[in-house]
Design a protein around this ligand. Sequence first.
Ligand code: ADX
Length: 194
Amino acid sequence: MQARSSTLEQATDLDLVPQKGFTIWLTGLSGTGKTTTAVLLEKKLRAQRVCVEVLDGDAIRDVISRNLGFSKAGRDENVYRLAFIANLLSRNGVAVIVAAISPYRAARETARTIIGDFIEVHLRCSLNVLVQRDPKGLYRRALTGELSHFTGVSDPYEQPLHPEIELNSDMESPEEGVERIWSALVSCGWVPRD
Ligand code: ADX
């Protein structure tokens, strides 16, 4: 009897972990630190025993969006697929982090409507700094005209008008950014206080 009751107590302890699903949507130009921020935030959520999944634009484009290009229609469809999956996960109690340029405002608003519990995080960074960082060499190729329709150089990026959070990735570290996102999640009551 004693053993049974302690098992139940353990189960109750595990149930204390809040399993509120939601989506953190990281938007911004290539190289602004969306993936880095997503990975750090994912680690922090896991450390708090929160179920979490990262949907990264680059990775999704290698799998379910590999038939899509970078036209407006291709990008909107990519964002729609991300939103569809994020919603399936979020409504089943998973914390989802989407990291995708998602350059068009209307498509992001559609994602917000589909998902509901949604925090938009805009990662800002000056083009000068992005061109200096250029870890994939894409800005160089875009500036020489070798790569066309590159976001921020030869393709539009519509900045969010009222994002829940704006991170200045040329002035704030990824760790500082994650702390600010965490504070917003705590304010929503979606994660425990540290
Ligand atoms: S989105 O516009 O549809 O949201 P997504 O985030 O999935 O884009 O993919 C962006 C990644 O695709 C970039 O990080 C970069 O590695 C690659 N890429 C290739 N061509 C382009 C392009 N023309 N514009 C932006 N990113 C591109």
